[in-house]
Design a protein around this ligand. Structure first.
Ligand SMILES: *[C@@H]1O[C@H](CO)[C@@H](O)[C@H](O)[C@H]1NC(C)=O
Length: 368
């Protein structure tokens, strides 16, 4: 229901734009009929985004052009004669494109390009499950190197249990578990990023993080109470909680991860995560959605990354209107994890102070 309400907000915004935008008045009547149809159709959320995507491409302004700096042409570029996605000099970034969070994803990409010395050396891997958004990405970022991958929601639908927070149960939230299968095998490393963040530093610094012998890297929070991520039943069952034996598990946020895809594929981590999801379906060992299986498999085996790369929690907690401050220390990435999203708060004219740091990357709206 919440999902439908949010989507309906997005939809109203699109309608307002059509009314206000003179260049869209030449819309064929068929489109108008289809959109009024849509309104009565909101009870079928699977259909709605598909019907709506014809409008999406009009909803974002074109980003300004970006170019590599002089320095970027040195180094190992094209040494092996590889081009396209297999070019070994590329920085690979994976982001989901979900209709509900599209504005956030576009802002995230925009922020990455703006702060990169070598923006043309970044390859984006977009994961979608509802609609083909390729045209929208192409028109917003004409020179962008990217590929769109269809993530079949059926892959996880049977593995997802009901959760206290519906928003965490969107199948696309689980797509990060399938990057090793989805991306070309020549892609050996990828940075996975959530859609509710902006990068305010050169992402190549995150890219060159040393993972040593670890499969994933992320900022760790060892002072957080790790116990609370799992149920009492989980902790009292030695067969289950014994999985943490010999590890010092710490909480980490799965919204920013550097992933060694070669190791991931070699050790079959996708299956390991799926196995925990199957246990969850029958035993209910945690309350949240896609995070706990990652904690179960990786906590204590994570290559630590500086906390500046995930200043999370800016969405606030579940109390309406609550705002969070930054954690002490430098900032390379701002993450609006939590229930509030900056674009919604800005639109409702009730922003948190830090939402102003997201606004410059927003490309939503039609050019004047
Ligand atoms: C951690 O959380 C658990 C479960 O919520 C609680 O029982 C425990 O007292 C907490 N530990 C600390 C040190 O706060």
């Amino acid at each position: 229901m919440l999902w439908i309400m949010r989507f309906s907000g997005f939809f109203s915004a699109a309608m307002v734009m059509i009314v206000l935008s003179p260049s869209l008045q030449s819309f064929p009547p068929a489109e108008a009929i289809r959109s009024s149809h849509l309104d009565g159709n909101l009870r079928s959320p699977v259909q709605t985004p598909v019907a709506d995507h014809s409008r999406d491409r009009f909803s974002f302004r074109k980003a300004s052009a970006f170019r590599n700096a002089e320095e970027c042409s040195f180094g190992e570029r094209k040494i092996l004669g590889k081009t396209g996605v297999c070019d070994p000099s590329l920085v690979h970034v994976a982001i989901t494109l979900d209709v509900e969070y599209l504005r956030g994803s576009i802002a995230a990409v925009h922020s990455i390009l703006q702060h990169s010395l070598c923006p043309e050396s970044i390859f984006f891997h977009f994961l979608v499950s509802e609609t083909n958004l390729e045209t929208l990405v192409r028109s917003t970022f004409p020179q962008l190197k990217f590929k769109v991958y269809f993530f079949n929601p059926e892959i996880v639908r049977n593995l997802i249990s009901t959760s206290v927070r519906q928003a965490l149960e969107q199948p696309l939230n689980y797509a990060r578990n399938y990057l090793a299968d989805l991306l070309e095998s020549c892609v050996r490393r990828v940075i996975y990023l959530d859609s509710d963040l902006v990068v305010v530093d050169d992402i190549s610094k995150l890219w060159t993080t040393r993972l040593e012998s670890r499969t994933i890297g992320a900022p760790e929070y060892c002072h957080a109470n790790f116990t609370k991520y799992f149920t009492a039943g989980f902790w009292s069952d030695r067969g289950l909680s014994g999985t943490f034996a010999g590890r010092k598990p710490c909480y980490f946020n799965t919204g920013v991860m550097v992933i060694d895809l070669v190791r991931w594929r070699r050790y079959g981590y996708t299956k390991r995560i799926e196995r925990w999801m199957e246990i969850q379906k029958s035993d209910r060992i945690y309350e949240l959605g896609s995070l706990p299986p990652f904690l179960l498999v990786f906590a204590g085996h994570v290559a630590p990354i500086e906390h500046r790369w995930n200043q999370h929690g800016l969405g606030g907690d579940n109390v309406r209107g609550s705002c969070r401050d930054l954690h002490p220390g430098p900032v390379s990435l701002l993450h609006w994890s939590g229930s509030g999203k900056p674009w919604l708060r800005l639109d409702s004219k009730q922003p948190c102070p830090l939402d102003a740091l997201w606004a410059p990357y927003d490309l939503f709206g039609h050019p004047h």
